[in-house]
Design a protein around this ligand. Structure first.
Ligand code: ADE
Length: 237
């Protein structure tokens, strides 16, 4: 997967994408990260932005700057489609399913907005897909871009060592979306807290049933919306 990020703050990257298993995947070329500094494409006395037409607060990234930055990109390395993503609270909410679909792509361009946003004509011209990481507003697209990439790259086969750990994830794509059950390690007794005895029983079916019950309880209490989906699926609706 080849990822290009256009940003006013190139120093933010690779950030958390450069550490641990995802950092190893980056080092090994499982995915590549090209960071394009939008300031290099500034116009008229170093400007990258302008005030919104019709009035309003804040500034918008200029279409001329963004166009010049996009025109500077090398042509797609593969014959596959190049996907243009604009992280924005207006977009479709990132989900495990979307991350899985992104993990199959070979060429992704992410444009990080700042200030009040960007000129809408760029989104139209390049068919940007807007994507949100949650119903709240960040200062810009960089943190959202990182979340998008991390969620997708970890689903590329081989990035996470044990495929089993993906299967046990909260939100696994292939089954009903239950949140993950609690996990424990040694010591078995820690302060006044002990590991649930069933996990030490060696009885695989009992452990499986305990984990399923925990996952159900956590989903029901913490995410009633997911629980309702789970129940509906179980009832075959
Ligand atoms: N930029 C600002 N807020 C955002 C959000 N919630 N998701 C994606 N990009 C954003």
């Amino acid at each position: 997967m080849h990822v290009t990020i256009l940003t006013l703050f190139p120093n933010v990257f690779p950030g958390s994408l450069g550490v641990s298993l995802i950092g190893k995947a980056l080092e090994e070329g499982v995915f590549t990260l090209d960071i394009v500094d939008l300031k290099k494409f500034s116009i008229k006395g170093g400007r990258v932005d302008g005030p919104p037409c019709g009035g309003g607060c804040g500034m918008l990234l200029s279409p001329e700057v963004l166009e010049a930055a996009l025109a500077s990109l090398p042509s797609p390395i593969s014959s596959g489609e190049r996907k243009f993503i604009y992280p924005s609270p207006r977009g479709e909410l990132l989900s495990q399913k979307i991350a899985y679909n992104l993990s199959k792509l070979q060429d992704i361009v992410i444009l990080c907005g700042r200030y009040e946003g960007i000129d809408a004509r760029i989104l139209e011209k390049y068919s940007f897909v807007e994507m949100s990481v949650g119903d709240y507003v960040l200062m810009g697209g960089e943190v959202a871009a990182m979340a998008l990439i991390e969620a997708s790259v970890r689903l590329i086969p081989g990035v996470v060592g044990a495929p089993d750990s993906l299967r046990e994830d909260s939100f696994v794509v292939s089954s009903a979306p239950l949140l993950e059950y609690p996990q424990y390690t040694h010591p078995v007794q820690w302060n006044e807290y002990s590991v649930p005895p069933v996990l030490l029983s060696g009885h695989h079916e009992a452990i499986h049933q305990w984990r399923l019950a925990e996952a159900r309880t956590i989903t029901r209490t913490q995410r009633p919306d997911l629980w309702n989906q789970y129940v509906a699926r179980a009832l075959g609706e």
